[in-house]
Design a protein around this ligand. Structure first.
Ligand code: ASP
Length: 319
């Protein structure tokens, strides 16, 4: 595994939250909090990243993550280029690394990469010049570190702590990079009662999610939870045979107001989006008073600003 930290201990790449020291996660959350503004207020603007170029290389669809990385970079004064990789050279057979070397020659300093294939962000990180940082914007089913950070920030804002919380991650855990990054963040931040709730077919392998209680019903899994994190059914990562029937899934695993009542009265409801309304979550819950889903989106920009500021701010030489 490519080291995410520089020899001096500062953050150079962000590929995964797994094994990222707690101090780094807390520092990023602190920095991100400083970039959060209420809706309607002007977002913070600075030129901390003036002269820096950020490239978004996305080979999988994305709305929130790509737009928020772009806004985050621009609000810090960086230049941004967006590559729809399937439409450009990769589709013509040019390898990912050749694209990366081209961008590097064009003075790109930060490469933000989303790819459906496991290992691509790490491959790029292992091959870029020492002044270049690589940030994962979602890697296969394994990692989505900025999502994990924005989820942690959202919980911290609403609950003020991690210790003592009961957090239920619900749905298609097996195919979810969001669940994996949230798991690493919550574990390191001290959530003791961390549960995964899924039908048996969507449970991860037994070796994964160590220390989590596993529940196959919402009745037991949501009981007295402080945080209910719903996940999208990820059809694109399933074979035809594994596809759950939407109505049956909603009947057993859909989050309705009645089921949410199993959790604590002040429980918050999260979802990384895009949502399948009426499949994993009812609209009246998604838009209801306990939903913090729109806060998650707002926090996404702040977290990505924090990560960009951190990897560039701590860079020496060639900066
Ligand atoms: N947007 C998130 C991701 O890229 C969640 C999802 O797609 O379900 O993983």
């Amino acid at each position: 595994m490519t080291d995410q930290l520089r020899p001096d201990g500062s953050l150079r790449h962000l590929l995964t939250l797994e094994h990222l020291p707690r101090a780094h996660i807390e520092r990023l959350l602190e920095r991100a909090e400083g970039f959060v503004r209420p809706l309607g207020a002007r977002p913070p603007l600075s030129n901390a990243l003036a002269g820096i170029t950020v490239a978004n290389l996305f080979t999988e669809p994305s709305t929130r993550t790509r737009v928020s990385f772009e806004l985050a970079a621009k609000r810090l004064g960086a230049a941004v280029v967006n590559l729809e990789v399937q439409l450009s050279s990769r589709a013509k057979g040019e390898s990912m690394l050749d694209t990366v070397y081209t961008l590097q020659s064009l003075h790109v300093d930060v490469m933000v990469i989303r790819d459906a294939e496991q290992g691509v962000p790490e491959l790029v990180a292992a091959n870029v010049a020492p002044h270049v940082s690589v940030l994962s914007a979602g890697e296969a089913h394994v990692s989505h570190p900025t999502q994990g950070l924005l989820d942690a920030l959202t919980v911290r804002q609403h609950k003020g702590r991690f210790a003592g919380l009961a957090v239920a991650i619900v749905g298609d855990i097996r195919h979810s990079r969001v669940a994996r990054s949230a798991y690493h963040a919550f574990r390191v931040l001290g959530v003791a009662d961390l549960r995964i709730v899924a039908p048996p077919a969507l449970m991860p392998e037994p070796a994964e999610f160590a220390g989590c209680a596993r529940h196959t019903t919402l009745k037991s899994g949501l009981k007295d939870a402080d945080v209910v994190m719903m996940l999208r059914i990820q059809r694109e990562r399933m074979g035809q045979a594994d596809l759950p029937d939407a109505d049956r899934y909603f009947a057993k695993y859909g989050l309705t107001p009645e089921r949410l009542a199993l959790a604590r009265p002040d429980a918050i409801v999260m979802h990384p989006q895009p949502m399948n309304r009426g499949i994993e979550i009812a609209s009246d819950v998604a838009d209801g008073p306990q939903s913090v889903i729109r806060d998650q989106v707002r926090n996404g920009v702040a977290v990505r600003m924090a990560v960009l500021a951190e990897v560039i701010g701590s860079r020496t030489g060639g900066a």
